[in-house]
Unconditional design. Structure first.
Lengths: 196, 587
């Protein structure tokens, strides 16, 4: 039994199943982060002494991480292009770079967390740090999720590049769409938490 | 993620026989097996949740008296000498609500009926993502088991109500943490499921099955899936924040200066308990429509089939459903009129609440009018569907005074509220779900359920449910609060309506007895039921145009749809009174 429109697109919707699926998934993610950002706003307007982000948090590291994550969004796009042009080595290079950049992001994040903890700043200190750790922690989990998927496609899952190139390109595209979303969340998080 | 592995070789008809027992019946990716798994699990949870309510009803009718016979089976921490402790009563209340909503009705209405019937009705070989579908079921089961295990946590299960309002829930015993973890599993499960339903409906419709040729059941499931997709994430966010409050000592929901047991609580403070309520009800109001829309879908199918005529105003019903789904995101704060959020906000939500009653009334009226002039077959599914209509009507109409701020203030948190939403969900949705079970049982098993037992089950259920829930409305109008451990016995003003507690409790236990007729019927008919052919109800939709039970891959030949879903008693028909969707009208 074969599920229709797994690889080829359905003529009247112009989509294949997984592409529609990932957009729906991202819609629910928007609601998840939207609820958390709304909580941030509500907590902040209720608070008499909300600290300015840049006084508590490390802006240069976060700016560096923003550059890292935006670069990784470019490399994941290049990796997808490489699959489309059937260049396996380039695909491995660009997806490998994306994975590397994601690791750099996580290491910088870990350093940042560690610096906070060593100064006695915990989620329980106040609601600003609480929402900071919750939002960046949840975003970090999304980065880890993306890492797992990309490492799979870079290593054990890459055999499909040769056996079903069209299907594989779709998978990289879908993973890339998700990765762009993770990037986008950070682009909101950076100014909201660090600059405003 | 793209989880579907498309085999490059052609379909091997013997493929499904190669699967072993475990892959075929337990870790199956077939939507029909997953649907049955969802159905059985949900029915077990539904009965479990009902048992918790029956236990509570003992305490309410006979407060402080030891529970005979089974009372001795409970531990010292819950019911010493068979007398229920207040903490245990609170746990039962919270877990009854949680289990019924998240582990009983939604999995049965969406997980079971949606999974089994929706792909068949749109002529698809399976769901769009079979592996995600399996993952969805196993997440649900894990969440359910974790939820039940919370009774073993120190201090018992969650006892802050199914709504888990902070600050109470923030400082509650460990059971609340387990509750939150279980909820994260359940939310993940419903997220995976809802993506799957939407993609399946949009992408896998058979050739010729345009959107306005889809059966109403499919529409109802599609809108439900959107509600689940977009409403559950805010609850997930809320659950994460509450978990942080409980485990990392943040104070998102804890205001400054909170005093517990005479001691100031040592937290940073500055949080907002109202924030939780907003996040919670942003989910939980669309959730109400998640509970009711699939039921309406089932009832529509049963009514069209058993009146032998098309649904009245099918398009109007579809538009009403879409509008209902949209509006359900804008009414949540009518649960919060008494929180002091301000009169202008209350006025806004009162207005949206009145607006959302319009599409509900359109759907219900159309179902009523559909009966007009039909030659009604009073089959067991039809009886349940007919029972649904007035019961849901009572549930809906009793909701209007709760949607208006002026009348909500005296009624808030009384038994009137309990009576109102139970009328929607219990004699409403559950009756519709029973209709669905009796309706599709022949397709799923190849045998009919016993009619005599079905009649006993229907009449017993209908009478007992009203015996439970109607007195609640009366008690509530007399001002009896929903949260009293003794059912109002220690309050003088409750005295005139106190006798109703015994009527309600005995009705609930009798209702429990009547369910055994269903359970016996369910299992006995598997072996001894009258055999059903392919299309035993002479139905038009695609789910009946398959072999019984449907094989792996569902259809023996790819269906092509030629017309709308309810071509019953068409004047141009040469023979019979119905025309299946995949057949053309003979010229």
């Amino acid at each position: 039994m074969q599920i229709p429109y797994t690889v080829e697109t359905r003529p009247d919707t112009g989509l294949h199943n997984s592409k529609l699926g990932i957009w729906l998934f991202l819609a629910s993610e928007v609601m998840l982060f939207g609820a958390l950002f709304s909580s941030y706003i509500l907590l902040r307007i209720n608070s008499p002494d909300w600290p300015a982000g840049h006084e508590v948090l490390n802006v240069p590291i976060a700016a560096f991480n923003t550059v890292v994550l935006i670069s990784s969004s470019i490399t994941v796009l290049l990796a997808w292009g490489a699959v489309k042009f059937n260049e396996f080595k380039k695909f491995r290079l660009y997806l490998g770079l994306t994975i590397l950049l994601a690791f750099v992001f996580m290491i910088a994040k870990a350093y940042e967390y560690n610096a906070k903890f060593s100064h006695g700043l915990y989620p329980s200190t106040d609601n600003f740090l609480g929402i900071y750790f919750t939002l960046t922690g949840l975003h970090g989990l999304h980065v880890v999720g993306g890492l797992v998927v990309m490492i799979y496609f870079w290593g054990p899952g890459s055999g499909m590049f040769h056996s079903e190139p069209k299907h594989f390109a779709d998978r990289i595209e879908v993973a890339g769409i998700y990765w762009h979303f993770v990037d986008l969340v950070w682009i909101f998080l950076f100014p909201v938490l660090y600059l405003l | 993620m793209n989880d579907v592995h498309a085999p490059t070789h052609d379909h091997d008809p013997d493929h499904d026989h190669e699967l072993g027992f475990w892959r075929k019946y337990v870790f199956s990716v077939d939507h029909k097996v997953i649907g049955i798994q969802y159905g059985i699990t949900a029915l077990v949870f539904l009965f479990t949740g009902f048992c918790l309510a029956m236990l509570m009803r003992w305490q309410l009718a006979y407060p402080g008296e030891p529970l005979p016979i089974i009372g001795g089976l409970f531990s010292e921490a819950t019911m010493p000498n068979g007398v229920m402790l207040p903490e245990f009563y609170n746990s039962l209340g919270a877990m009854h609500g949680t289990i019924m909503v998240f582990l009983g009705i939604v999995p049965l209405a969406v997980g079971a009926f949606g999974n089994y019937v929706l792909p068949l009705q749109i002529g698809a070989p399976d769901m769009a993502f079979p592996k995600l579908n399996m993952a969805s079921y196993w997440c649900f089961l894990a969440g359910g088991i974790v939820m039940l295990c919370s009774f073993l946590a120190p201090g018992g299960a969650a006892n802050s109500g199914w709504t888990a309002y902070p600050p109470l829930a923030d400082i509650a015993t460990t059971g609340q943490t387990v509750w939150l973890i279980a909820m994260v599993f359940l939310i993940t499960s419903s997220l995976l499921g809802s993506i799957n339903f939407i993609v399946t409906t949009i992408q896998l419709r058979a050739e010729g099955l345009t959107f306005f040729r889809m059966p109403f059941f499919v529409w109802a499931q599609l809108v439900t899936a959107f509600l689940l997709l977009l409403a559950f994430p805010p609850l997930e966010a809320a659950a994460v924040l509450q978990l942080m409050d409980r485990l990392a000592d943040t104070s998102f929901f804890l205001p400054s200066g909170l005093v517990v047991d005479g001691q100031p609580l040592e937290v940073a403070g500055g949080g907002s308990p109202l924030l939780w309520q907003h996040l919670f009800w942003f989910l939980a109001h669309p959730e109400v429509y998640v509970l009711i829309l699939p039921a309406m879908g089932i009832v529509a199918e049963v009514i069209a089939n058993n009146t032998r005529k098309p649904l009245f105003g099918y398009r109007g019903m579809v538009y009403a459903t879409l509008f209902l789904g949209f509006m359900s995101f804008m009414v949540w704060a009518h649960h919060m009129f008494l929180t002091g959020m301000g009169t202008s906000i209350s006025a806004f939500f009162q207005a949206t609440t009145m607006i959302i009653s319009i599409p509900s009334v359109i759907i219900l009226s159309n179902l009523f009018i559909s009966l007009w002039g039909g030659s009604i077959r009073f089959s067991i599914p039809m009886l349940f569907a007919l029972g649904f209509l007035p019961m849901f009507g009572i549930g809906g109409l009793t909701g209007l005074p709760l949607g208006l701020t002026a009348t909500d203030i005296p009624l808030h948190d009384t038994y009137y509220v309990i009576g109102h939403f139970h009328y929607v969900v219990a004699p409403g949705t559950i009756m519709a779900l029973f209709a669905g079970i009796y309706f599709w049982y022949p397709k799923i098993t190849g045998r009919h359920m016993n009619k005599t037992l079905g009649h006993i089950h229907f009449w017993g259920t209908l009478v007992c449910m009203n015996g439970i829930f109607f007195p609640m409305l009366i008690q509530g109008l007399n001002g009896v609060s929903r949260r009293l451990y003794d059912g109002g016995a220690s309050y003088e003003f409750a005295e005139p309506v106190l006798y109703l507690n015994k009527i309600m409790s005995h009705s609930s236990w009798t209702l429990g007895l009547f369910q055994f007729f269903f359970i016996v019927n369910f299992f006995m008919s598997l072996r001894t039921g009258e055999r059903a052919e392919e299309n035993p109800w002479q139905a038009t939709t695609l789910d009946w145009q398959t072999p019984t039970p449907p094989p792996h891959g569902n259809f023996t030949q790819t269906p092509v749809v030629h017309h709308g879903p309810y071509e019953y008693s068409h004047p141009d028909l040469k023979q019979g009174d119905y025309l299946p969707q995949n057949l053309e009208l003979e010229a």
